[in-house]
Write a protein that binds this ligand. Structure first.
Ligand SMILES: Cc1cc2nc3c(=O)[nH]c(=O)nc-3n(C[C@H](O)[C@H](O)[C@H](O)COP(=O)(O)OP(=O)(O)OC[C@H]3O[C@@H](n4cnc5c(N)ncnc54)[C@H](O)[C@@H]3O)c2cc1C
Length: 356
């Protein structure tokens, strides 16, 4: 998102050659397509915003009020939103959002953002994202998402970054001395350490036997197609919890360089495998996409699928360091977003400087 505050502070957006999504979504429910455009970003599309029958008039009024309040409120620090509190589901119900709007928009859209369509993520996290989506625009770098860490890494001194070097053990001698053991019996001597791994790895390194919090897994399936499925720079949200594909996008509508001329790239996000084999998942994902855009099944050629076993964390107590010179950062102590990961890195750097 170009509205991510910490990302803006550390990244040269123009050098990433951002390719922007339009602000909105294509919703699909039981054979009907609805287009939604954010009126703040696309004022000329009011026909498809307030004309959309995916929302009731009361939903539109309530959502507009919610967004207006958020835009007037101070920026939200995403690293402070780890507390469970009220769930997004309960919040939407309490604010009077209709079951139809939850089913057609909030569940597929924010279920895809949280990688959990029960909407059990904290309402405060939902409000953080709603503000970011209302005030900014989602983009992908022209060179792929890997261009983002590559740009950040390019600013480090030569030799500062060692890839493919897992840390196997931390030996903390005192508040100024740490030995970091890498695989292959290599050792780095340090005074301060920041651990920004996934939670199970962090707990192992901290020698903390507490079980890690529950987490979600996800799977992304990629197809190529000679036939364009739809023309919009929007993601598609099929309604219904019985579906395998939570959302999908013809990503080349946004970033044409992701496929050769005349070809389209489609990426589908799956939250629950439901015990299906990878082959069955591909077949079902293709069929679900073709149900939304009939006549496209034959054009969709399977390219690749990736299973991300450790995607987002559910609520609970994050790990903490018992040593004053070992600091934690990343999703594991904040919330799942690039902005929160960077902000927590800034916080860790501040603690390192205070401790020197
Ligand atoms: C499918 C998917 C889509 C997403 N889309 C978005 C999005 O559109 N926008 C957004 O803001 N966020 C998105 N996210 C979330 C975002 O990717 C995370 O919030 C972010 O990557 C977290 O960064 P991190 O540094 O905390 O952890 P990670 O990126 O997971 O990095 C942890 C690193 O620690 C390394 N590691 C583990 N153990 C060791 C060890 N022993 N020694 C050394 N290194 C180790 C791992 O190899 C890994 O590189 C998405 C996540 C998923 C799964």
């Amino acid at each position: 998102m170009d509205s991510y505050t910490s990302l803006r502070a550390h990244v040269d957006f123009a050098a990433l050659r951002p390719r922007y999504f339009d602000s909105g979504a294509v919703m699909w429910d039981a054979g009907k397509l609805f287009h939604l455009h954010n009126p703040l970003k696309h004022p000329s599309s009011t026909g498809t915003t307030f004309g959309s029958t995916a929302f009731t008039w009361l939903d539109k009024i309530r959502l507009t009020r919610m967004v207006a309040d958020l835009l007037l409120a101070p920026d939200i620090d995403p690293t402070t939103l780890i507390d469970a509190g009220e769930t997004t589901w309960d919040f939407l119900k309490k604010r009077g959002i209709s079951a139809q709007a939850v089913r057609r928009f909030f569940q597929p859209f924010f279920g895809g953002v949280f990688l959990d369509d029960t909407l059990s993520a904290p309402a405060s996290l939902f409000l953080f994202y709603l503000k970011k989506f209302s005030s900014g625009r989602a983009f992908v770098p022209a060179g792929g998402i890997g261009a983002l860490p590559e740009q950040m890494a390019s600013r480090l001194p030569p030799g500062a970054l060692r890839l493919d070097s897992p840390v196997v053990h931390l030996d903390i001698r005192d508040r100024r001395t740490a030995n970091i053991m890498l695989s292959g019996n290599r050792i780095i001597h340090a005074t301060q350490v920041v651990i920004a791994t996934d939670e199970p790895a962090t707990r192992r390194l901290l020698q903390d036997a507490t079980p890690s919090r529950e987490h979600t897994s996800t799977r992304v399936v990629y197809f190529s197609s000679r036939k364009s499925l739809y023309p919009d720079r929007l993601i598609v949200l099929p309604a219904g919890q019985d579906r395998l594909v939570r959302h999908f996008a013809q990503i080349t509508n946004v970033a044409p360089e992701y496929a050769p001329d005349g070809m389209h790239l489609v990426s589908a996000t799956i939250l629950h495998d439901r015990g299906f084999s990878p082959e069955e998942i591909v077949t079902r994902a293709r069929a679900e996409i073709a149900e939304v855009f009939p006549g496209t099944a034959d054009a969709l050629r399977f390219l690749h699928q990736r299973h991300i076993a450790y995607a987002t964390l559910k609520s609970g107590t994050p790990p903490s360091s018992p040593w004053p010179n070992v600091h934690l950062a990343g999703d594991q102590i904040s919330t799942s977003s690039i902005d929160a990961a960077i902000r927590s890195g800034e916080n860790a750097a501040r603690r390192v400087l205070e401790n020197i």
